[in-house]
Design a protein around this ligand. Structure first.
Ligand SMILES: [Zn+2]
Length: 217
């Protein structure tokens, strides 16, 4: 039996799976040049191997517990395949990050990033199957418990869906120092500013408070 993954460092606060995947790092510093919106320095990597990717996917509801259990066993048998998928996952994550960053600063995406996303998207779409289950039509993934790249399919799909939706205008970057997480502002009055109030929001409050006290002194 596979043990249930621990939440560990992972948080799912973005409102879109693809952005939560971008946030599977412990913060980023964005490349300062406005002409180079691609990438940024990762302050702490939270995904260190294929099993971390699976834990993240299961916690985020992107793979089922049964699939995660089957895939973890398969990855133990096919270690080099697991490593290759893991490298693709990081590539996909950074491509998605760069693309959304380009959107945020009003630039066209880098060709290589779009190609990376489209490549993963083509694989994901090839795995989609329309099924008739309990008198309802549903999309299902074929090979969910045998294909090691299963965790990447819903991520690529989520990025494509968000990019081609009106929700794109609601993607924000947390202004917290050393954060750089992306999220979807789902608030009614478009006022969500922070990844979480508990983390960056409170830190900013404390800083403002301290600054006021220094001014008053
Ligand atoms: Zn933040």
């Amino acid at each position: 039996m596979t043990k249930a993954p621990q939440a560990g460092p992972f948080k799912f606060i973005a409102g879109a799976l693809c952005l939560d995947f971008v946030n599977s790092v412990g913060g980023r510093i964005r490349t300062p040049s406005p002409r180079r919106a691609n990438g940024g320095e990762i302050l702490r990597e939270q995904l260190l191997g294929y099993e971390d990717l699976l834990s993240w996917s299961q916690l985020g509801g992107a793979v089922t517990e049964r699939e995660a259990g089957a895939l973890v066993r398969r990855a133990q048998q096919q270690e080099s395949d697991g490593r290759a998928v893991f490298a693709r996952a990081l590539c996909l994550r950074e491509a998605i990050y760069s693309i959304f960053l380009a959107v945020l600063v009003g630039h066209a995406p880098q060709k290589a990033d779009l190609a990376a996303l489209n490549g993963e998207l083509a694989i994901a779409r090839g795995r989609e199957r329309l099924q008739f289950v309990n008198k309802q039509w549903v999309w299902r993934w074929e090979g969910g418990d045998t294909e090691l790249d299963r965790p990447l399919w819903p991520v690529a799909q989520s990025a494509a869906a968000l990019l081609a939706s009106p929700g794109l205008a609601r993607v924000r970057e947390c202004p917290g120092e050393r954060c750089g997480w992306l999220f979807l502002d789902g608030s009614k009055n478009h006022s969500r500013q922070w990844c979480t109030m508990r983390d960056c929001g409170n830190l900013a409050k404390v800083r403002r408070f301290r600054a006021r006290r220094t001014d008053a002194a």
